[in-house]
Ligand binder design. Structure first.
Ligand code: DGL
Length: 283
């Protein structure tokens, strides 16, 4: 049995890399839905259907747990799939399978609280002490998931999402760092204008953005902490395997990279991030 990692494209590799470091002997299968990437500008129903198809492909390829290394799929599709599709699909498959998202671990890391914790609602005005900026896709920003879920837990945190339209697609296509930097700069500036000051911390709430995390660091004030999604997901998965040993991944150290798009090598941008050429096979 393997750990499945799913994203619309290459962004999930940022999570995959940290998961491999954390579970070095586990078997992994990665699926990039590059034929349909990017997801961030698509309608909700489409994102649900595409995410379900991606999970099915990963379960067919031997995964027993699929990590949605995609904020857009996690924000828009995960709850629907867990409630309406997964129970019946498990029965059909006749083995335990599960799908885990990226938002819960990120919110736990941002709030310093377990997901189960909800703040007691008080009537009095609460001072917002800390401002978190979330850079994400249009679909993730539209879901308002970070605003809603963080506010339930920490009313002293203010959350501002900045929809970076087109950025994931440019990263997917391997755009030049100059072009990427200019777009990232414009979104950081827009966020600052909206907040009225720089955020105290930031979430790169699209896994593609982690590939160019250094460019976000360049445009944000020096030392602005970035809440790391890959580490948060790896921590959450460790805890999950402790609670659910039945989902424990295999021990063969297998690494497969599948794509619905063109098989072969990825862009130079991805190779620089990955440290070597990463070759995908047809899904
Ligand atoms: N990497 C994904 C995310 O975390 C998807 C980006 C996209 O396909 O637009 O949101």
């Amino acid at each position: 049995m393997a750990i499945g990692v799913f994203d619309s494209g290459v962004g999930g590799l940022t999570v995959h890399r940290t998961l491999v470091e954390r579970f070095p002997t586990a078997d992994f299968v990665y699926l990039a839905d590059q034929a349909r990437a990017p997801y961030g500008g698509r309608a909700g129903e489409e994102i649900v259907d595409l995410t379900r198809a991606g999970c099915e492909r990963l379960f067919e390829a031997g995964a027993n747990v699929v990590v949605l290394a995609c904020n857009t799929a996690s924000a828009v599709a995960l709850r629907r799939l867990q409630q309406t599709w997964l129970p019946g699909y498990r029965k059909q498959l006749g083995r335990p399978v599960n799908v885990l998202g990226i938002i819960v671990p990120t919110i736990e890391a941002a709030t310093g609280l377990p997901w189960e914790h909800e703040a007691e609602r008080r009537g009095d005005k609460i001072e917002k002490l800390d401002v978190i900026g979330v850079f994400c896709t249009v679909a993730t920003a539209g879901s308002r998931v970070y605003e809603i879920e963080i506010d339930k837990r920490r009313q002293d945190l203010a959350v501002f999402s900045e929809a970076c339209s087109g950025l994931a697609g440019m990263i997917e296509q391997g755009a030049s760092r100059e072009d990427l930097r200019a777009l990232i700069q414009s979104h950081a500036d827009a966020l600052k204008t909206r907040i009225g000051r720089w955020p105290d911390r930031a979430i790169l709430g699209c896994t593609h953005y982690e590939i160019v995390a250094d460019l976000f660091r360049e445009v944000l004030p020096p030392g602005t902490p970035l809440i790391g999604q890959p580490e948060a997901v790896a921590d959450a998965l460790s805890r999950y395997f402790e609670r659910h040993p039945e989902y424990g991944p295999g021990q063969g150290g297998a690494r497969r990279f599948l794509t619905t798009g063109l098989p072969g090598h990825q862009s130079g941008l991805v190779e620089t991030f990955w440290g070597e050429a990463v070759k995908f096979e047809a899904a």
